[in-house]
Design a protein around this ligand. Structure first.
Ligand SMILES: C[S@@+](CC[C@H](N)C(=O)[O-])C[C@H]1O[C@@H](n2cnc3c(N)ncnc32)[C@H](O)[C@@H]1O
Length: 238
């Protein structure tokens, strides 16, 4: 079904029907990242602000200058990082989210922050559907929720004009055991969604091959992070 561009222009938070069907019935993302989950996350954000790892993401992006820049966040959830970057001076932000469960809460938070006109959201698989390029691309808590890190990070690097930041869980005996338990619980629940501890160095290699070099790392904690700046165009690009 062709997207209705006029309806999208009237309401950028509109959920496009084909993806709703796909995510709720096929992949399990809509079951797991549900409206209830979104409301819980929004309450936590309103009470306590960003968590430590999310704050790190915002800080490393701001460190390089966010004024007037565009931000793209595949898997942006309720959009808390977008809100903080828009408040810090970003010109525009786009979230592409596989689960439709966040849309209502995200729209409400954007209205409360007064940034609706600068924020756009789409429901879909960023790795398969893509979107417009942006100055900064952020993937926070997302690579662990998608089976193919090469495709996801490759697509993110292709869209990132200047910066790319992603966070990920470490890959060690403890994290793999924990994610194994989570996946068993998901299987018992009958949800198709699974979690992944992808190999960190191989993820870094994907982004480096696309012409980026790391400029900051978050090494401790449950969530590791790495921020890249573009150093060259990938081979094959003009
Ligand atoms: C653990 S949640 C994190 C949400 C948000 N980034 C945060 O930190 O609160 C992971 C999110 O990534 C989304 N996601 C995973 N793969 C995706 C993809 N290929 N395209 C769009 N969204 C994706 C999931 O639907 C889910 O909402």
């Amino acid at each position: 079904m062709a997207p209705d561009r006029r309806a999208e222009a009237r309401d950028p938070f509109r959920i496009r029907p084909p993806f709703v069907k796909c995510c709720q019935t096929s992949t399990g993302y809509g079951d797991f990242f549900s409206p209830e989950q979104a409301r819980r996350e929004a309450r936590r954000y309103q009470r306590k602000g960003l968590g430590a790892a999310s704050r790190w993401v915002v800080d490393v992006v701001r460190e390089r200058g966010i004024e007037g820049k565009s931000v793209l966040e595949p898997g942006g959830g309720i959009g808390a990082i977008e809100l903080e970057l828009l408040k810090a001076g970003a010109a525009h932000s786009t979230v592409v989210e596989l689960s439709p469960g966040y849309e209502e809460v995200a729209a409400q938070l954007a209205r409360e922050a007064g940034v609706t006109g600068r924020m756009e959201r789409h429901v879909g698989d960023f790795a398969a559907d893509g979107t417009e390029p942006a100055d900064v691309v952020v993937l926070h808590h997302v690579v662990c929720c998608y089976p193919d890190y090469e495709v996801l990070l490759g697509a993110a690097a292709e869209k990132a004009q200047h910066m790319l930041v992603f966070t990920y869980p470490p890959r060690n005996v403890v994290s793999r055991a924990l994610l194994g338990i989570v996946n068993l619980w998901l299987r018992i629940r009958g949800t198709e969604f699974r979690t992944f501890a992808h190999p960190p160095q191989k993820m870094v290699d994907v982004v480096r091959r696309a012409g980026f070099e790391p400029y900051a790392r978050r090494r401790g904690g449950i969530w590791r992070g790495i921020a890249f700046a573009r150093s060259s165009q990938p081979s094959g690009r003009a």
